[in-house]
Design a protein around this ligand. Structure first.
Ligand code: PMV
Length: 339
């Protein structure tokens, strides 16, 4: 095959992954649950490099060293563990384009490594199962193991020392909840100064409340699965907001303290609370490792919420539904089908 192109979606965790129990294998301290965002996408093309070394570009330009290095490490890992004997001495061109700001807390690493794992599988005709692909993608960026599937996706932490049971799988399909919406509020376009990888390590090592958050979050996950099953929107929103605030509290109480929020992040968080408590609009926020916010709501309330959010200067809103499975250039669904 000369070239393969894969399109994936970033995901937003309703119950977060924050911290590894094994750094080398990317094994999480707890399980997490996410939905893909269909309004945001990442397209990755893979072809053989004629330069004798791997070429990594992001959005049409050579990737900065800090973004290129994890991709190069991942390719090395793939060569050593998955591509036994395939094209000895090969090097690749990996071109990635995001339809949204890169490394700004919008999960570009999740969609990026999911696309890369799927692309490598197709490029080398490996026919890995959904489980194997998830384990592969996990070792590029933990949350990437969830972006291989559409709908509501659960990443089970697993128990095995070698990580063989730590992979994601779909819980409910995209169509389970067609009216669920996420308003992505972009308050800053620039890349974050500290990576989630470093920030989560810091939280585990120094936050006095980290273990409590993990325990509480595991309980929230059980309730979240039930709330999704019954499409209980308020419970989903409440649990997601609590889990996000708990995760950020572990960062705020770590040494050195890590704070991804900007003043505009605070304003939007407050606005969401006011809309819910004073205007009776069912909406809740969740935030990953960056200043940008995602507002969980239902289709019928989107316009009302946008009217209020759009009064905040300098913010851009993108309305998203729950994403389906990744696609390859030929538009075949990939990933989910092969679980
Ligand atoms: O996969 P990473 O290393 O980019 O970490 C992602 C962590 C959060 O986005 C903050 C939470 C999550 O579960 O996606």
């Amino acid at each position: 095959m000369n070239q393969i192109a894969i399109t994936t979606h970033p995901n937003i965790a309703l119950i977060k992954y924050w911290g590894k129990r094994n750094e080398q294998l990317f094994l999480p301290t707890k399980s997490s649950l996410s939905i893909g965002l269909d309004a945001l996408s990442t397209k990755t093309t893979i072809s053989l490099s004629s330069f004798g070394h791997d070429i990594i570009t992001i959005n049409g330009v050579p990737a900065e060293e800090r973004h290129a290095q994890p991709v190069l490490d991942f390719l090395k890992f793939f060569r050593n563990n998955f591509a036994h004997g395939a094209c000895p001495g090969w090097s690749l061109c990996v071109h990635t384009t995001n339809s949204f700001p890169t490394a700004a807390g919008l999960a570009s690493s999740a969609s990026g490594f999911a696309a890369l794992a799927l692309g490598l599988d197709k490029f080398f005709n490996l026919e890995l199962s959904g489980q194997e692909l998830s384990i592969l993608a996990r070792q590029g960026s933990g949350s990437a193991c969830r972006s291989l599937f559409g709908g509501f996706v659960l990443w089970n932490r697993g128990q095995e020392i070698d990580g063989s049971d730590s992979f994601a799988a779909p819980l409910y399909p995209t169509q389970h909840w067609p009216t669920l919406r996420v308003i992505i509020v972009i308050v800053a376009q620039e890349a974050k100064k500290i990576s989630s990888r470093i920030a989560m390590k810091n939280s585990i090592a120094t936050s006095p409340i980290y273990n409590k958050w993990v325990q509480d979050s595991e309980q929230r996950l059980v309730l979240m699965c039930q709330a999704i099953e019954h499409k209980n929107f308020d419970l989903v929103g409440q649990l997601a907001e609590e889990d996000c605030l708990g995760m950020h509290a572990t960062m705020h109480t770590s040494t050195p303290a890590v704070n991804f929020w900007s003043p505009v992040t605070h304003n939007i968080m407050q606005l969401v609370t006011i809309l819910r408590t004073k205007h009776n609009i069912a909406c809740y926020f969740t935030i990953d490792a960056g200043p940008n916010i995602k507002i969980l709501c239902q289709e019928a309330d989107v316009q009302k919420i946008l009217l209020h959010i759009n009064t905040t200067p300098g913010v851009e809103c993108i309305v998203s539904g729950v994403a389906g499975a990744p696609k390859s250039e030929s538009d075949e669904l990939c990933g989910v089908a092969r679980i």
